[in-house]
Design a protein around this ligand. Structure first.
Ligand SMILES: Cc1ncc(COP(=O)(O)O)c(C=O)c1O
Length: 425
């Protein structure tokens, strides 16, 4: 099982048999309120009729179509609809099947772009500590989680910026912390060290999710944008978690007012009903790669299942649900209630920080001496037993409910979590 204590799971399995809207149900029929949109991905809630029907219909009409040298119309329709939701000028879409594949595709696009411009020395990649960019060799190399990296070989020529979490400076900040923008200047140091002519791209999650909800300090992302632009370095936002309404807008880029050159997405792209990832690119990157190629294939990369018809159908229906129900606006409208509710957990045993942005919250617990992660794991188990799905990473509890969550369900999530936190030593 992925990222799981397999032996513990076998001793005490937790099974999910079906789902509807805000709830999972165990095989015994016990309802579990979904505080995590599955895995940050079912933004419109579960088993939505429109999406189910679209997948069903497409399975009967076009079960599969290769996208090497042939195409299918709905893939282009989806690319066009996506482009309209992303920042101006980000009009080209490359389809993959997961966040990890989207990240590796984006890194390759960055390298291909520089090579196409005759700057093939630009091969270095810069990530950030505590970043999660999936599990491909590219993603784990630019990622910043020791346990994901240390057992494996990594790409050469990768550096990491410092992460921006500082509990001593910013504990219990509501929204973006004031402290930390200066950390973007580390990029200048790396440019001095290696020379801009050797650096291809910087990749960051605009808000880091998987490593425990690290909200970008005010001014940090715009500083990264300014430095990358000045040195001809591409800026990639990994929006696998943050796109599709999670922060109350189509993208974190829109919410935070900083436009990168490439954006990776997955998860909410199809409401997670069928696996799909994508890279959304500035048109000039696409034009440069195509313009420099001779006659023939311009970009030697792709997946059998790129733009798989079922994923495309699921995504088109998902975008319609987001639009018809104005779910991104809904998330924005709920943010104030959400923030107040999650910050009411301040003062409960072992809670040392609470962070939030959009419909996301991270509640950090003090680790037990010699047993990092044990306290939050216990919270996870007890929440599950009490009918609430949360996500834990280290000793941080991450919450990210579907955007259809009601104010009453937000209160229910927080009450259930409070009850569990009070019961834990
Ligand atoms: C920011 C980010 N990038 C990439 C990934 C990897 O996505 P996947 O698990 O679909 O490969 C994730 C998954 O959580 C993520 O949060």
């Amino acid at each position: 099982m992925p990222f799981t204590n397999n032996r513990a799971f076998k001793r005490n399995p937790r099974m999910l048999a079906h789902a509807k809207d805000m709830h999972y149900f165990t095989p015994e029929g016990r309802a579990i309120l979904d505080g995590t949109a599955g895995l940050w991905c079912s933004n419109a809630g579960h088993c939505r009729d429109k999406i189910v029907e679209a997948i069903r219909a497409e399975a009967a009409q076009l079960d599969f179509a290769p996208t090497f040298n042939v195409g299918h119309p709905r893939a282009f329709e989806l690319a066009t609809r996506l482009a309209a939701k992303f920042p101006d000028g980000m009009d080209k879409v490359f389809f993959a099947n997961s966040g990890s594949e989207a990240v590796d595709s984006a890194l390759k696009i960055a390298l291909a772009y520089h090579r196409a411009r005759g700057e093939g020395t630009r091969t270095r990649l810069i990530g950030r500590q505590r970043a999660y960019h999936g599990v491909g060799f590219g993603g784990l190399s630019v990622g910043g989680i020791a346990s994901n990296r240390s057992a494996f070989v990594q790409l050469p020529g990768v550096d990491h910026l410092s992460h921006t979490l500082n509990i001593a400076e910013s504990a219990f900040t509501r929204g973006q912390p004031a402290w930390g923008a200066h950390l973007a200047q580390e990029l200048e140091g790396l440019v001095q060290l290696h020379g801009a002519e050797n650096i291809a791209a910087v990749i960051v999650e605009p808000m880091a999710g998987s490593t425990g909800v690290i909200v970008p300090p005010v001014g940090y992302l715009s500083a990264l944008r300014e430095i990358t632009r000045r040195h001809g370095i591409l800026l990639i936002f990994d929006e696998v978690i943050t796109a599709f309404g999670r922060l109350g807008a189509a993208t974190a880029s829109e919410r935070l007012g900083v436009t990168p050159d490439l954006i990776t997405v997955a998860k909410g792209l199809t409401n997670a009903a069928v696996p799909m990832g994508a890279v959304v690119s500035a048109s000039w990157i696409y034009d440069t790669i195509l313009g420099a190629a001779g006659d023939g294939i311009e970009f030697f990369h792709g997946y059998t299942y790129s733009a798989h018809p079922l994923a495309v159908a699921a995504s088109l229906a998902t975008l319609s649900v987001y639009e018809e129900e104005a779910l991104f606006e809904r998330a924005a409208g709920l943010e104030g209630h959400w923030e107040k509710a999650v910050h009411s957990l301040k003062g409960l045993p072992a809670v040392i920080d609470i962070r939030n942005l959009g419909l996301v919250a991270g509640i950090e617990l003090e680790s037990r001496p010699g047993a990092p992660g044990a306290r939050a794991t216990e919270v996870f188990h007890k929440c599950f037993d009490n009918g609430l799905l949360v996500r834990v990473t280290g000793d941080i509890i991450a919450l990210s409910p579907p955007l259809i969550v009601s104010a009453a369900q937000i209160d229910e999530i927080v009450e259930k979590l409070a009850t569990v936190l009070k019961s834990i030593a």
